[in-house]
Structure formats: structure tokens, C-alpha cells
Design a protein around this ligand. Structure first.
Ligand SMILES: Nc1ncnc2c1ncn2[C@@H]1O[C@H](COP(=O)(O)OP(=O)(O)O)[C@@H](O)[C@H]1O
Ligand SMILES: [Mg+2]
Length: 270
């Protein structure tokens, strides 16, 4: 990694110990320091949106890290933010219980649904997402190897283009709009004990259909319980399914499986 860090940032971090994060999936490099986190990545619309929404969420007193500094140098964005106390939320399963984690996830979703979106500066409506997905498909940016098993290949879509066409032709009829995190997976919620300390990774946040976050949260919960990421104890498939049901009970929504599937498939293009 190029460790030439601009002086505006260095004044905060010189003399601090740091680790490089290995959990996040994006191309961003994350330095986890003693009391702050530095995210370094090429400037992009998503990075701009992350900064915009961190500030907007903060104004609404939603729990997100405070931005300490954000600068661009030669096309690289340096986002220095407060380090949230706690651990990625899947640790709640180990430290407390699976029920506590599901409660935390449901409360976190509801917290966002209660926000007045009238003046939200970021639109992440289906129309916006499909346009952004098309651009990614055309630029060959979709990583088919990163998709859920079966999405592409023999039993699935034969290319990102065919998946995009399917999504375009099978748009859900209506959107129920809420404030969406946009990448609502367990590592993007930080928890201490069984309490949420905050949300991170807001690059895709904005106004979206309620199922954008519900679907990604549900998938992330089940993937973690099935041991996809190698942590935790293993659950039987029966237990996993029951926890899935409990999740929908806690959020108080009768599952619309077509929408769950749709929003998971849409995410495969990002
Ligand atoms: N402000 C923060 N406070 C605490 N941990 C953080 C913070 N920002 C990032 N991290 C840690 O770094 C990981 C990756 O950061 P994230 O912003 O989610 O990047 P990515 O886009 O790669 O997922 C997170 O899962 C978390 O463990
Ligand atoms: Mg992340």
C-alpha cells in the first residue's frame, strides 16, 4: 500500500498504532487506528455519497462516525472518521445470543424507517440503481465470482447482461420508500454488548424501497448463521430457517419473497 498520507490527515494519526482491516469487501484500504479509521480509495460517486450521507445521518442524530477530515489528492479520497466502539454486529451472537442480534437488527432497521426522507439528498430508487448497474455491466465491473452460488452459471444467469435484462423486465410494481443504508450487512453495523453503536459504509445510502435493506440484512443474517464466513457455531438448517422467520416477526413485515429475491439479485451487480 502506498503509505504517503497527506499532511492534513497525518496530523491526526501520527503516533497512533494501526491495523489494516481485512473484513470489508470493497477496494478501499482501511487503516484502523487507536481512535479513528482512515478509508483510502479512488474518488467516485459512491465515496461522495458516503460523505454526504454520513453528514446527513449525523444531523438526524443517527449513530454514525463523525468525519474528522475528508480530502482528495490526485484522485484519491482520504476519509478520516471517528472509530466506533465495539465489534461487527455478528459478534453479538457469540457474546450474547442470536435472538439479541435479531432484535438489534430489527431495531436498527426501524430506526431508519422512522426518519423523514422529504429532504434526503440521495436518491437510490430502483430507477437509479438500475441505471448505475447498467453502467457497471457495460464497463465490465461486475465480479461474477463474488456472487451467491447459483446466481451465474449453469443453473443461473449466463452473464451480468442477462441478469440486468431480467431485473429490468421484472421490476416490482411499487416502491415503499424509506431511508436506506444501502449495504445493510452484519459487518456494517458496529455493536457493543447487544447495543448498536453505529452504522458504517454508507456509500449506497439514500431513499430506496424498504426491501433494499430488508433483503440484504436477511441474506447477511442467514449467511452468517450458516457459517459462510467461517465464524460462529454451526446451526442446523431448521434453526437457520426459524431465525429467518423470527427476523420477519421482529420487523413486523409479512415477507414478500419476490422482493427479497429481486433486491438480492440487484445487489449482485454491485
Ligand atoms: N468508523 C469505524 N469504526 C469502527 N470500525 C470501522 C469503522 N470504519 C470501518 N471499520 C471497520 O472496517 C471494516 C471495513 O470498513 P467499511 O467502511 O465497511 O469498508 P468496506 O466498503 O470495505 O466494507 C468494517 O467492517 C469495520 O470492521
Ligand atoms: Mg463494509
Amino acid at each position: 500500500m502506498n503509505l504517503v498520507i497527506p499532511k492534513e490527515i497525518r496530523k491526526y494519526i501520527d503516533n497512533q498504532n494501526f491495523q489494516i482491516d481485512l473484513i470489508g469487501k470493497s477496494n478501499a484500504k482501511k487503516m484502523i487506528l487507536d481512535d479513528c479509521v482512515l478509508k483510502i480509495e479512488s474518488s467516485s460517486d459512491e465515496v461522495k455519497n458516503e460523505v454526504l450521507m454520513l453528514n446527513w445521518w449525523n444531523n438526524y442524530h443517527l449513530p454514525v462516525p463523525e468525519i474528522l477530515e475528508n480530502i482528495q489528492v490526485e484522485g484519491i479520497n482520504y476519509l478520516l472518521m471517528e472509530k466506533l466502539k465495539g465489534d461487527p454486529s455478528y459478534e453479538v451472537i457469540v457474546r450474547r445470543s442470536t435472538e439479541d442480534l435479531i432484535e438489534l437488527l430489527a431495531d436498527s432497521l426501524k430506526l431508519l424507517w422512522n426518519v423523514d426522507i422529504t429532504h434526503c439528498p440521495s436518491s437510490q430508487l430502483l430507477e437509479d440503481k438500475l441505471a448505475a448497474a447498467k453502467e457497471r455491466v457495460e464497463k465490465n465491473l461486475v465480479d461474477v465470482n463474488d456472487a451467491d452460488e447459483g446466481t451465474f452459471g449453469e443453473d443461473g444467469f449466463n452473464s451480468p447482461e442477462t441478469l440486468w435484462d431480467w431485473l429490468d423486465n421484472n421490476r416490482p410494481e411499487e416502491e415503499k420508500l424509506v431511508l436506506s443504508h444501502g449495504n445493510f450487512s452484519l459487518p456494517n453495523l458496529i455493536a457493543s454488548g447487544s447495543y448498536l453503536t453505529g452504522f458504517i459504509d454508507l456509500g449506497q445510502s439514500g431513499v430506496s424501497d424498504i426491501y433494499k435493506d430488508v433483503a440484504l440484512c436477511y441474506r447477511s443474517l442467514l449467511d452468517n448463521l450458516r457459517g459462510k464466513f467461517g465464524v460462529l457455531r454451526t446451526y442446523t438448517e431448521y434453526e437457520v430457517e426459524n431465525y429467518g422467520k423470527l427476523f420477519f416477526q421482529k420487523i413486523g413485515i409479512e415477507p414478500d419473497w419476490d422482493k427479497v429475491k429481486y433486491y438480492i439479485l440487484l445487489d449482485e451487480l454491485f
